[in-house]
Every structure is written in C-alpha cells, then in structure tokens.
Design a protein around this ligand. Structure first.
Ligand code: NAD
Length: 437
C-alpha cells in the first residue's frame, strides 16, 4: 500500500520505517528540513536500537523516502498517518492539539481519491471527530475515513514493539475503513498480533487508559517501596510475590525515582483534564500524578541524607540522565528535577549518560558532563545511579571506589545488591530494600 506519515519523530519514524519493512511504499513527511535531509542520507535523527539499519535497508530498497512537502506524499497515498506531537498545553495540562489540527488541515488540501487518515498521535476522546470536521471543511470534496490507531510502542524497544505488538487498536467510524486497515497490518496479523477493531472514541480512550494504568502501577510499587523502608521489607521480593500472580503480572513493578518520559507525565495529566471536562473525575490518576511529582524531591532528599545531610560544595556524580535506558529522550526525565534540587542545595554535579548528554546539555547548563562512569567518579563524594543503562550494571566497583573522595553509592534503580557493594567498602543506599537503608 502507499502510505504517507506526517510527523517523523519517535513514533512517526518508527511507524514509517517498519511499514516500509513490511513491504509498503512509505513517504515520511516532517516540517523540520534538517531532519528530512539527514534521514534522506540514511542518518538517524534519534537513538533507537535497530532503527538506523532499517532506515538504510528500506531507503536502498526504494520503499522509503523523506520529504518536507506534503504534495510529494499525500496525493498518491491510500493512507495518511498523523503522528505529530501532542505535548501538554502550557498552563493547564490539556493535550495541545494544535499540531494535530494544523497537520489535518494541511493534509486536507492534498487529498486525492479515497484516503484513510489515521491519527496515531495520542489524542483526547473526540479528536477524531474534530479531525474529520477540519478535513471536511478544508476540502469538502475529499473522500476520507478518519481512523484512530493509537501507538503503544516503547522508546528503547520501539522496533520490536511495533513489529510484535501485544495488540493493535483501531477505532473506526465507518465499516469501509476496516479492510484497508486490516490490509495494512496484515503482516502482523499473520504473526497473530490481535487486531482489535472498535469505535473511534473507544480507541482514543484506550490509549490514555493504558498509559495511566501503567503509571499507576509504577507509582503503587514506589509507595510500597517507601513502606518497605519504613516497616522493614524488601520491595523487590514484594514485587516478585505480586507479579507472579497472573492477574497482576511482573512488569512495571520496579521501584525507582518515579516515572518520566515523553508520554506518562503528559498523558496522565491530559486524562485528568479530559475526565474533569466530562464531569467524571479520575481520582486515582490525579493522586498518581501528585505522588509522582513529590517522589523526585524525595529522591534528592535521599541523596542529601546519604551525604550526611549536606551537599553544599560536595561533588555528586550522576550516572544516567535519560528517563529510561536505550533512548536519548530527556523529556520529563526524573534526573532533571533531582539534579535541579541538588544544584539548588549547592552541590557540584558531574554526570554521564551513554546517549542523553547532548539533549541534557540543552536543558541543564550548570552540570558538568563527563566521558564515562569512571570519569564521573573522580573525586565524587557520592555516586547516584538514576537510569539503569546496561553499562552501569557491572561497573568495576574497586576502580570506582579508588576514584571517589568518599565511597557513597545511591542506587535509585536497585541495580546492585548490598552484599556486592559493601564488599568494596561502599556505603550503599537503594530503594525499598532492608540493607539499602
Ligand atoms: P516527536 O516530537 O518526537 O515528533 C513529532 C514530529 O512531528 C517532529 O519531528 C515534528 O517536527 C513533526 N511535525 C510537527 N508538526 C508537523 C507538521 N504539521 N507536518 C509535518 N511534521 C510535523 O513526537 P513523538 O514522541 O513521536 O510523539 C508523537 C505522538 O505519538 C504523540 O502524540 C505522543 O504522545 C505519541 N506517542 C509517543 C510515544 C513515544 O514513545 N514517544 C509512544 C506512543 C505514542
């Protein structure tokens, strides 16, 4: 099939590249010309494992191309995906739909023949109706079906998530959208990925429901970790004991510094606003947001306490900046608030992240960036693991210990065990574990 993707960020690019890899003919559009030029040369614009190779092979096979001109992509397309950003609207937390609406209006003028316009961006319930209205008023002759097909991929494992999804949710307003959508995803359907057809509003709600539920699950185990610390108990074993129950499942039960990233913070906030607008508040989600906000301050208090109650003029080494491993995405990363707090309290902060330092430097200019975990440890009064990159999982602890001014390790991801770090003379602090203090 001929597909146009409008918005070639994390979601649009992965969607476009994977659809091309299935054999579809895909043109990815972005209004950032620099990004388009780089992608056209086969240079990857984001860090996502496996994506670079897929871009190159599909460019070479002639199934994938990039442009900034809708006129080169939309008129021939049977399907147009809208995958532009839907950030939090400044001030009130509603999803900012201006990019989606602008894209819909711009696409409308180029439509030709029957086209399915698919909203892939995460959007509030009712947005599909508005997209249909915008397209209709901008181009009354257009023959379109507007479909909601929310994306559930995770950054860091996006290709695998797209190619082997747990499910594909497709919200349609009319039956005639069903066949082209099923045809598009046929390669996945053959792999038994369940295609779930529903109405458009239900599909829109499903995406927010899933993200809010996962955010709640993380927040639940984080509060449980606090209780374990207070009452004596090991949150990792509690999580295992819970997660082995099939009704609960083991995923998203890792205690840590709170959720961040480009989706959970903005999507939980947007769901709360949507629910309030409909007079049907989601109080569990409201509370989840406030607990998670407070958690980052609690983590910096933990670090200060580990340093003897004072960080002024002390050097704190931070390992990991991105909101999770295997991405360069710094959006709403817990490290931003934690580091901000430490700087406010007078600490000197030296940080290292395998992929996130360029984006971090744009957000935090009072931080010194180092070239490795060992360089971060140089004369540090404490080391803090904020993001569990694989390369932090088997550090040479003796070497770190020798480099540091004082051997304090604050492990906000429970990567290490008390026994293995204590052996090297570290004072160790982790999250929700008895010897992690
Ligand atoms: P992003 O900011 O990485 O990418 C958006 C892209 O759209 C940018 O490259 C921007 O230049 C481009 N753009 C904006 N307006 C445009 C226009 N009119 N024409 C052409 N290009 C335009 O955003 P993202 O992280 O890919 O997220 C996109 C959507 O997908 C959001 O609604 C998000 O909530 C949702 N989503 C994201 C993820 C994720 O992990 N990032 C997962 C699932 C769903």
């Amino acid at each position: 099939m001929k597909v146009a993707i409008v918005g070639s960020g994390y979601v649009g690019l992965v969607t476009g590249v994977c659809l091309a890899d299935f054999g579809h003919e895909v043109v990815c559009v972005d209004n950032d010309q620099t990004k388009v030029d780089r992608l056209s040369r086969g240079e990857i614009s984001i860090h996502e494992p496996g994506l670079g190779e897929l871009i190159k092979s599909n460019l070479a096979a002639g199934r994938l191309s990039f442009t900034s001109a809708l006129s080169e992509a939309v008129p021939t397309a049977e399907m147009v995906f809208i995958s532009v950003g839907t950030p939090s609207r400044r001030g009130d937390g509603h999803a900012d739909l201006s990019y989606v609406y602008a894209a819909a209006e711009a696409v409308a003028g180029h439509l030709s023949g029957f086209t399915v316009v698919v909203t892939k961006s995460t959007v509030p319930v009712g947005t599909g109706d508005e997209v249909a209205r915008i397209v209709d008023s901008a181009n009354p002759d257009a023959d379109v079906e507007v479909v909601s097909n929310p994306e559930f991929l995770r950054e860091g494992s996006a290709i695998d998530d797209f190619k082997r999804p747990d499910r594909i949710v497709i919200g349609i307003a009319n039956e005639r959208a069903r066949t082209p959508m099923a045809e598009l995803y046929r390669p996945l359907y053959l792999n038994q990925a369940p295609l779930m057809f529903t109405d458009r509003r239900t599909a829109e709600l499903t995406k927010y429901a899933a993200n809010a539920f996962l955010a709640m699950k993380i927040t639940f185990i984080n509060e449980m970790a606090d209780l374990c610390e207070a009452a004596g108990g090991d949150v990792q074993q509690v999580a295992r004991g819970m997660g082995l129950d099939n009704r609960i499942g083991p995923k998203f039960l890792h205690a840590g510094p709170g959720f961040g990233g480009s989706c959970f913070p903005k999507d939980t906030l947007a769901l709360v606003k949507i629910a309030q607008d409909f007079g049907s508040p989601m109080r569990l989600v409201e509370t989840t947001i406030s607990i998670n906000d407070q958690r980052k301050a609690a983590m910096s208090r933990k670090i200060v306490a580990a340093c003897g109650g004072e960080v002024r003029r002390k050097t704190i080494g931070v390992l990991g900046l991105t909101f999770k491993p295997n991405t360069d995405d710094m959006r709403e990363a817990p490290s931003i608030d934690i580091i901000g707090d430490l700087l406010d309290k007078g600490a000197r902060v030296v940080a290292y992240d395998p992929q996130g330092m360029r984006a971090a430097a744009e957000l935090m200019d009072n931080v010194e960036y180092a070239a490795s975990a060992y360089a971060v440890a140089e004369n540090a009064d404490a080391l803090v693991i904020v993001t569990e990159w694989n390369e932090f999982r088997s550090l040479d602890l003796a070497r770190l210990r020798r480099a540091m001014a004082s051997p304090v390790l604050v492990d906000l991801r429970n990567v290490y065990s008390y026994e293995e770090v204590a052996k090297h003379g570290f004072t160790y602090f982790s999250v929700g574990r008895p010897d992690g203090q």
